[in-house]
Design a protein around this ligand. Structure first.
Ligand SMILES: [Zn+2]
Length: 365
């Protein structure tokens, strides 16, 4: 396959080049790299960069629509209104299979040029079983939030690695008080914590407190602006190298990851800083190597092709995972991208059957 006519991200920024892909790896980046027999994918006018890394989503909620009648003051208010208004819907989601929820969530990520996602929530092992290439989750401990999972947070903090937790989520005094709770923790604990949203730190002064405490934050601007009309002060956190970005799930107002990046740009992050966040900070946070230097010959062909950077479309032109299309509105077409998903479904069924057999075997031992 050869992506022809795009501008490719390298060490020196975006430069005009073709990208040839063989056996799932980038085999050449050069002008006129196309060879006879290549599947030719014209990407004129587009930008070609490493697959984007989304640092926050809930893959088990991928099938749920946007729920709520915002604005809410904070997470507690939104959570309570969900359980009051849609109790049956929320109960029924427990019967949705892991594969269905994950496929919906992962396809939505692929549409936005994302090749790797950090899943926040239970069933991480199941998602790994379904789509090991896409989810790098195993190293991380997590808790939902202080409001809904204080015991989970205590348990996670007893470990040694990073702990991901929704925090200071909202624009209320209650949410702001949560900032104190985290800022006042011991230094070795603060170093392990990654706060999701922290949108109560919307002013420079509050964000500076987080920076001084060395607390990392993952912001999901589309979601928190929808639910609470609030976002943390993104430039202050990004300048300190403490900011990651994620999409969150559609249920909380997330749309696509590209929409979050577009919003983050509108809120003051430059094109360069957005690349730092998505290809360096996010990648290292999920345990991958930094992708900030762009595409290189020999690397696995995790690739996003977008119309512009910062993005102004909600979907990418093309997303490749190890050279295989997971999303396409190029000449490669939807059919090729859907082949990936039907194969994933097939693999998931096989793995699940094998796992069931293994557990059955264990049970009868
Ligand atoms: Zn979340």
């Amino acid at each position: 396959m050869c992506l022809v006519g795009g501008r490719v991200l390298g060490r020196a920024g975006f430069e005009r080049a073709d990208v040839r892909i063989e056996r799932g790896r980038v085999s050449s980046i050069a002008l006129d790299a196309e060879r006879r027999g290549d599947v030719r994918v014209p990407v004129e006018g587009a930008l070609v960069l490493p697959g984007l890394v989304n640092a926050h989503d809930h893959l088990d909620l991928g099938h749920l629509p946007r729920l709520g009648t915002p604005p809410y003051p904070d997470l507690r208010a939104w959570g309570e209104s969900l359980h009051d208004t849609w109790p049956r819907l929320l109960r029924s989601t427990r019967r949705i299979s892991t594969a269905v929820a994950a496929a919906a969530a992962l396809e939505r990520n692929a549409r936005a040029g994302v090749t790797h996602v950090l899943h926040h929530g239970a069933r991480a092992a199941s998602f790994h079983l379904v789509a090991p290439a896409l989810c790098t989750v195993e190293h991380a401990a997590w808790a939902h939030s202080l409001d809904f999972d204080a015991e989970g947070l205590r348990r996670a903090m007893r470990g040694v690695g990073e702990v991901f937790v929704h925090a200071a989520e909202g624009d209320s005094d209650r949410a702001r008080r949560e900032l104190d709770v985290y800022c006042d923790r011991k230094e070795e604990e603060r170093r392990r914590l990654v706060l999701i949203h922290a949108c109560a730190a919307g002013t420079r002064e509050e964000a500076t407190r987080l920076v001084e405490a060395g607390l990392r934050v993952i912001a999901c601007p589309a979601s928190t602006r929808f639910l609470y009309g609030a976002t943390a002060d993104l430039p202050a956190l990004a300048n300190a190298g403490l900011l990651g970005l994620g999409s969150d799930a559609p249920v909380s107002g997330g749309t696509t990851f590209l929409e979050d990046l577009r919003l983050a740009h509108a809120l003051g992050l430059s094109a360069e800083v957005l690349l730092d966040v998505v290809l360096d900070f996010n990648a290292r946070l999920v345990g991958l190597r930094s992708r900030r230097d762009g595409l290189r010959v020999g690397m696995k062909a995790h690739v996003a092709v977008v119309d512009a950077w910062p993005p102004h479309e909600a979907s990418a032109r093309l997303t490749l995972l190890g050279g295989r299309p997971t999303w396409s509105r190029t000449s490669l077409g939807r059919t090729r991208a859907s082949a990936f998903w039907s194969e994933l479904g097939h693999v998931a069924r096989q793995r699940t059957a094998a796992e069931a057999q293994r557990q059955g075997a264990l049970a009868s031992d």
